[in-house]
Write a protein that binds this ligand. Structure first.
Ligand SMILES: [Zn+2]
Length: 122
């Protein structure tokens, strides 16, 4: 299997519901996002998919979250905006946008700082 990875980032604020600690208060993160896509085969030019395509589709989804207060953005007005839920949301939305039927999103990793990350994969 071939795996491509792009790395990007965005900034947003959030506060965690039902959480007995500092993160219950509103605060910001510069989230780092890694998007990995996989394919069992290459196209005729020897590629999985153009990196720019992954970047564009990721950007589309992230633009809804960038410089926002996540607790006011769907689905995080109801779903707790944890790194785990962000990873799942990004996985599902980016996977929807990648229309190449040989390529699937393999994994999304969301870093909330340089030490802590959460990832989602099927
Ligand atoms: Zn936080």
């Amino acid at each position: 299997m071939f795996i491509l990875k792009i790395v990007t980032d965005f900034s947003s604020a959030h506060s965690l519901r039902d959480y007995p600690g500092d993160c219950a208060n509103m605060h910001g993160h510069n989230w780092k996002v890694e998007v990995l896509v996989s394919s069992k085969e290459l196209d005729e030019s020897g590629m999985v998919i153009d990196f720019r395509e992954i970047k564009q589709q990721t950007k589309k989804v992230i633009s809804k979250l960038d410089h926002r207060y996540l607790n006011e953005v769907k689905p995080f007005d109801k779903v707790n905006p944890t790194a785990e839920n962000l990873a799942k949301y990004l996985y599902e939305e980016i996977d929807k946008n990648i229309t190449n039927d040989k390529v699937i999103v393999y994994k999304v990793i969301v870093w909330e700082n340089s030490r802590y990350s959460a990832s989602y994969q099927k």
